[in-house]
Design a binder for this molecule. Structure first.
Ligand code: NAD
Length: 359
């Protein structure tokens, strides 16, 4: 039996426009092949929305987002804003607002290196081979949202690192559930030797560990985790961490996968899930038709798995990406100049190869 789902597509700016088209085409192909009914709508956000309406997240887009089962997003950003930090209305405000309005408190970032791309990473292949990590980064608490202060003489500043029990518990549950369907290992990363908010974090995770006794729980300090990630990435399965530590660790981990053009992420709460490549709008290559569409395609795969529970279909997409890489097809960012049997191609040709492999 096929499923009925409403998907909002928000391509955004720059290469977001170019790559998201391929994430959508993959979803359309899966719908046909597996007899699902996916209905697509389109929304604007970011610089394109500011140009069209004066605001980075028009009410109409937010309304459509609320009514959809999942959102496939590209990227936002334009050079104009990067070079002028004084501009008050900015593309990224749209992204922050939609995350807040949809209550997206958990950011999931799978880090999995395709064997074909082992050489594209800056880490040695023998250390990387087989690494497969799923990060859960908390998104709505921590120093990002705690009280910010500056003394009257402007010489002292502080940011409050704050967590509530419920915030830790709801994301930890999601991480434990995910660990259950993977290798049943969860590593919770904190700084409980120094920070009170980390001691609360650890306390909550220790309590939940009893409930999820089939999952092996490990607690690790952030400094050690940052080191272990490049020393022995294979030791990790699910990694659970707070907003600030997650921000840093996931960027470090993205290097394991070689290129920004390969990594997808999901932001989820209790309703609509939001799926996007981790990269931005990449002004330097926008409009040239050379961006790697695989991160958007893998974002679509994440949506199928996490929001729709369609594991087989999700795996099918990942296999199609794998097959495309095995056949030697590469976009510029993942091409190995020293290998002769690589065919370097643009966004559309690469997307079309993945579609061929899906059929
Ligand atoms: P970026 O991720 O856009 O690009 C970083 C580098 O990676 C660039 O050299 C780019 O060419 C390359 N790259 C990124 N995606 C690629 C792909 N799919 N294929 C091939 N190469 C790829 O980051 P940046 O240059 O720091 O920022 C550009 C703009 O994007 C800025 O305006 C920034 O604010 C915005 N941004 C948006 C998001 C988002 O929408 N979530 C995230 C990060 C940055």
């Amino acid at each position: 039996m096929g499923v009925d789902k409403k998907i909002l597509v928000i391509p955004g700016d720059g290469i977001g426009q170019e790559v998201t088209a391929w994430g959508q085409k993959v979803l359309e192909t899966i719908a046909v092949n597996y007899k699902h009914n996916f209905v697509f709508e389109e929304g604007i956000m970011g610089h394109v929305a500011i140009e069209a309406t004066g605001t980075p997240l028009p009410d109409e887009t937010l309304e459509k987002a609320r009514k959809s089962d999942a959102i496939l997003f590209g990227a936002i950003g334009h050079a104009k804003y990067d070079n002028d930090p004084t501009l008050k209305v900015r593309p990224e405000q749209g992204l922050l607002k939609i995350r807040k309005e949809l209550g997206l408190y958990a950011n999931l970032r799978p880090i999995k290196l395709f064997d074909e791309l082992l050489e594209a990473s800056s880490i040695k292949p023998e250390i990387l081979r087989g690494a497969d990590i799923l990060f859960f980064r908390e998104l709505t608490g921590d120093v990002y949202f705690g009280e910010k202060k500056r003394s009257e003489d402007r010489n002292t500043a502080s940011d409050l690192m704050i967590y509530h029990r419920y915030e830790v518990e709801r994301i930890a549950r999601k991480a434990y559930e995910a660990a259950r369907s993977r290798r049943k290992k969860l590593c919770s990363v904190d700084k409980a030797n120094v920070l009170e908010s980390s001691r609360l974090w650890r306390e909550v995770v220790q309590e939940l560990a009893k409930e999820y006794s089939d999952v092996e729980t490990e607690h690790m300090f952030i400094d050690n985790a940052a080191m272990q990630l490049v020393k022995d990435p294979k030791r990790f399965d699910v990694v659970l961490t707070a907003n600030l530590f997650g921000d840093i660790l996931t960027d470090e981990a993205s290097q394991i996968a070689g290129s920004m053009g390969m990594l997808a992420s999901a932001s989820v709460g209790d309703s609509t899930g939001f799926y996007e490549p981790i990269h931005g709008s990449a002004h330097d290559i926008a409009g040239k038709g050379i961006a790697n569409p695989l991160a958007s395609i893998l974002s679509a795969a994440l949506m199928l798995d996490i929001s729709f529970g369609l594991k087989n279909e999700s795996l099918r997409v990942i296999k199609a990406v794998e097959a495309t890489l095995k056949q030697g097809y590469r976009t510029m960012d993942i091409a190995n100049k020293h290998t002769e049997n690589h065919y370097v191609m643009g966004t559309d040709a690469m997307g079309a190869k993945v579609l061929e492999n899906l059929n």
